[in-house]
Design a binder for this molecule. Structure first.
Ligand code: HEM
Length: 363
């Protein structure tokens, strides 16, 4: 990666680590374009899968969203891969075809949705890729790994925001075969590789009993290339820390005890996950990208006051089993009490913000 002329909308050197002093922050526009994941005042898991079609001019505009943090986040990925080799990127040998499928999907989508930043030129299997945001200009032969410095999935996803899990379809099930997960929310990639759909969802409470897992798997197995679907998920993270894997838990879990009623606005971050799923054409694999967005409670109150009210209500009424599973027990009450100051109880619109009539950020 070389330094390049960075458009002003992009912040090139934010940090997501304590060593870097967590300089990450959102602009007002950055907050108001978020895929805010609370359609109602009360939250519970649901079959919230919908077609991944462009909607609005925020995070749902493109197939793979990039925002003002793109450059910083790509740098953070390189840093995490170097600090813990073999922990954040794993690909089983038989996933090579799926790796090329993913590279193609990502590069074609970026070039189509952001032509000012990315260009993909194909001459048969000889491909020319230009990524002006990261100063990359490469040619390679599609399908021939010897023409790239890195494996195709690692090469492509080092230039992408969000994490990527690739699953192969086997005996009517989905099995994890590869992952680039430098921003995992509290699970281990190495532990989960080779696991099946019900197995890797094993720790999640209620999901199985509610019948959601059965229905979700059936739905995913019917997916066709070119017809992606999406869902949103969320949790909370103390400090704007992207890398919260099981492997580094001793580094970040103690931060939970630093939250008070007074500092919760700055320390506690809503962590939104936009998960668009795609069937890949040659390998028949499925890619599960997790595009993670961090926003502090204080940024929400300042730039999206209605979303802050909604978050207050959803957290205040959250099922204790979810409070526990999401690891919020230590600071849940402080987050709720801090947000309560800014909730006047006024009725709020129902529905996701990108749906017609859905909840908007507020004035
Ligand atoms: C096929 C792609 C998918 C993969 C690779 C995947 C992977 C995961 C993993 C690794 C976890 C964390 C489990 C742990 O605590 O160890 C998780 C949590 C979860 N997954 Fe999935 N998942 C996928 C699709 C889905 C779908 C389609 C749904 C529902 C329609 C779903 C619903 C959930 C829920 C509700 C949680 C708990 C999240 C929370 O409370 O923070 N997942 N998933």
């Amino acid at each position: 990666m070389t330094d390049t002329a960075v458009p002003p909308a992009f912040k090139a050197d934010e940090t997501y680590t304590p060593e870097g002093q967590y300089t990450f922050a959102n602009s007002r526009e950055g907050v108001r374009r978020l895929p805010f994941p609370f359609p109602d005042d009360e939250y519970m898991y649901s079959m919230n899968l919908e077609p991944h079609v462009p909607a609005g001019d925020g995070a749902m505009r493109a197939a793979f969203d990039i925002d003002e943090h793109y450059i910083s986040e790509c740098r953070h990925r390189v840093q995490m891969l170097e600090e813990m080799p073999g922990v954040h990127y794993v690909a089983l040998p038989h996933m090579m075809e799926a790796q090329w499928d993913l590279l193609e999907l990502l590069f074609e989508s970026y070039a189509r949705d952001y032509p000012e930043h990315f260009t993909l030129t194909k001459n048969g299997n000889e491909w020319h890729w230009q990524n002006r945001l990261l100063g990359i200009d490469d040619t390679f032969t599609f399908g021939d790994p010897s023409t790239l410095e890195l494996e195709p999935m690692e090469y492509a996803t080092r230039q992408a925001q969000g994490e990527f899990v690739v699953l192969e379809e086997r005996d009517g099930d989905l099995v994890i075969g590869a992952g680039m997960t430098t921003q995992r929310a509290d699970y281990s990639l190495r532990f989960n590789v080779g696991m099946r759909f019900f197995e890797f969802h094993g720790p999640v409470p209620k999901l199985h009993e509610m019948g959601i897992l059965d229905r979700a798997l059936k739905f995913l197995l019917r997916m066709k290339p070119g017809h992606p679907v999406r869902r949103v998920n969320w949790t909370l993270t103390v400090n704007p820390r992207l890398e919260t894997s099981v492997e580094t838990l001793p580094d970040w879990a103690p931060d939970r005890a630093t939250v008070t009623d007074e500092n919760a606005g700055d320390l506690v971050h809503l962590r939104i996950e936009l998960q668009p799923l795609h069937r890949l054409p040659r390998s028949n694999a499925i890619v599960f990208p997790v595009r993670t967005y961090l926003v502090s409670l204080a940024e929400l109150v300042e730039h999206a006051p209605d979303w802050a009210k909604r978050l207050h209500r959803a957290l205040a009424t959250l099922d204790p089993a979810l409070v526990d599973y999401k690891g919020l027990t230590r600071y849940h009450a402080s987050a709720v009490s801090w947000l309560a100051q800014y909730d006047d109880g006024a009725p709020l619109a129902g529905g996701y913000p990108w749906a017609d009539g859905g909840i908007q950020p507020g004035a």
